[in-house]
Design a protein around this ligand. Structure first.
Ligand SMILES: [Zn+2]
Length: 218
């Protein structure tokens, strides 16, 4: 049985906490709904995590979502960190990592509040090491952000499934509201909401929810 800090780094220093974070804004990157995720590891073991999805709004952006994930993660680190424990913050959020690490000095007005709040938390947690990682190495935090987004997306579409009229075209194929074609075999729809947004998050549009209810009734 390892104690929480039994895996010490080779240089003989204290145990290290790792905070990973990610965020996204969709559709189209600006003013969409924002979601973020973060997790904290100690000796490679995930010990805490969080995620959230916020409604679409003016000023929303993927960078702001990433800042919100970083801030909430840093607040959790303050609760969890043992005396003398080091902190490394890892993400593929290039702009946020570079700004908070002080490498990039310009901060746009829309990110200023997030930047100030993150910097204040970093100051309290000093010293903090920032590491920019490739997208594929940020998979755990990204998955949390995507799952948060997926759940909100589907909850909204499910609530609107009652608006949909379905007609059967044959076999597994249906038409929704006289306009969009669905296939219960592939789980795909031709509506813009599915093609432009839902598909990206493996989520169902309102037509697909209506189809599910319809096929269950048959
Ligand atoms: Zn659809």
């Amino acid at each position: 049985m390892h104690s929480p800090c039994s895996m010490r780094p080779a240089h003989g220093g204290k145990c290290t906490l790792i905070l990973e974070f990610g965020g996204l804004c969709a559709p189209a990157g600006k003013h969409g709904a924002m979601s973020y995720g973060w997790l904290i590891r100690r000796s490679a073991l995930a010990i805490d995590s969080g995620w959230a999805c916020l409604p679409a709004g003016h000023g929303n952006s993927s960078c702001l979502a990433e800042y919100l994930g970083l801030i909430e993660g840093l607040q959790a680190v303050i609760q969890l960190r043992e005396p003398g424990e080091r902190l490394t913050v890892r993400s593929d959020a290039r702009l946020v990592i570079k700004q908070v690490a002080g490498v990039w000095l310009g901060v746009s007005p829309g990110l200023w509040r997030g930047y100030r709040q993150a910097r204040e938390l970093v100051r309290r947690l000093f010293p903090v090491t920032f590491v920019l990682v490739a997208h594929e190495h940020n998979a755990a935090a990204d998955a949390l952000a995507r799952a948060a987004y997926h759940d909100v997306l589907e909850a909204e579409r499910r609530s609107r499934a009652g608006e949909v009229r379905l007609e059967r075209l044959g076999d597994t194929r249906y038409r929704a509201n006289g306009k969009y074609d669905l296939d219960s075999a592939t789980g795909a729809c031709t509506c813009p909401d599915y093609l432009n947004l839902c598909r990206r998050f493996h989520a169902r549009c309102k037509h697909l929810f209506a189809l599910e209810g319809h096929t269950l009734d048959e």
